[in-house]
Design a binder for this molecule. Structure first.
Ligand SMILES: Cc1cc2nc3c(=O)[nH]c(=O)nc-3n(C[C@H](O)[C@H](O)[C@H](O)COP(=O)(O)O)c2cc1C
Length: 209
């Protein structure tokens, strides 16, 4: 069993990176081979609408035709048993780089045919979305919408929303009047560890499925 983790935050060891590591540790505890990527280390673009992935009889049919750092990673994901994406919410959505990654992963499987998709196998997916807001509804329940796309084209998908995250190591050093730094710190010390435990359990479940 192989599990690929993708950190979709430019910060490697903050909320997303930490939660992802817990999820991968959970997967590893069940015997899976795990590998983490940091999306912001990769040099790649979003879909360029070349339609190479839909060209009947073409060399890239059902594969992304673009060649960059993401090419090998996409192949590795589709060869794996599970994918865990951990991403922050920026302006109600995942960051542009994560959206670009989703385009490249999802579109080659979309054959514009409701009876079939382009990938021969299914990969279990975990989406961990971390956000400053105290309720996912503030961000349009984004994970639920992304889950629908992943279930259609990649595989069975589960969601973990991590809410009301700690953004700075010292709130007194940053413009942040709307936040209560004491409440933020307390939540980070009490609720975030529980969220990381949920990520760990998600990692275990994704392998067991
Ligand atoms: C550019 C930017 C935009 C953000 N927009 C939102 C937002 O729309 N909704 C929200 O809940 N949090 C928002 N946040 C907060 C982050 O989603 C949150 O702090 C997240 O946990 C950061 O993940 P990280 O610690 O792994 O970098 C934003 C943060 C940044 C830097």
């Amino acid at each position: 069993m192989k599990v690929i983790g993708m950190n979709g935050s430019p910060r490697k060891d903050w909320n997303c990176g930490k939660a992802l590591d817990f999820a991968l540790q959970g997967a590893a505890a069940t015997g899976a081979e795990v590998k983490r990527y940091d999306l912001f280390d990769l040099n790649f673009t979003g879909c360029k609408s070349c339609f190479g992935c839909k060209r009947l009889g073409g060399p890239s049919f059902c594969k992304c035709a673009l060649q960059d750092d993401l090419t090998a990673v996409l192949a590795e994901i589709l060869d794996a048993d599970a994918l865990i994406v951990s991403a922050p919410i920026y302006y109600g959505d995942v960051p542009g780089a994560v959206r670009n990654f989703y385009e490249r992963l999802l579109f080659p499987a979309n054959l514009y045919d409701m009876s079939k998709t382009g990938y021969g196998k299914r990969v279990n997916v975990g989406l961990i979305y971390t956000m400053g807001a105290p309720d996912p509804a503030f961000n349009g329940s984004l994970a639920e919408k992304d889950k629908q796309k992943f279930e259609m084209f990649i595989g069975e998908t589960e969601i973990l929303n991590i809410l009301d995250t700690y953004q700075f190591d010292d709130y007194s050093q940053y413009a942040s009047a709307m936040f209560d730094p004491v409440a933020k710190k307390q939540r980070h010390e009490t609720v975030f560890p529980e969220d990381c435990q949920k990520a760990y359990e998600m990692g275990m479940r994704l392998v067991a499925k």
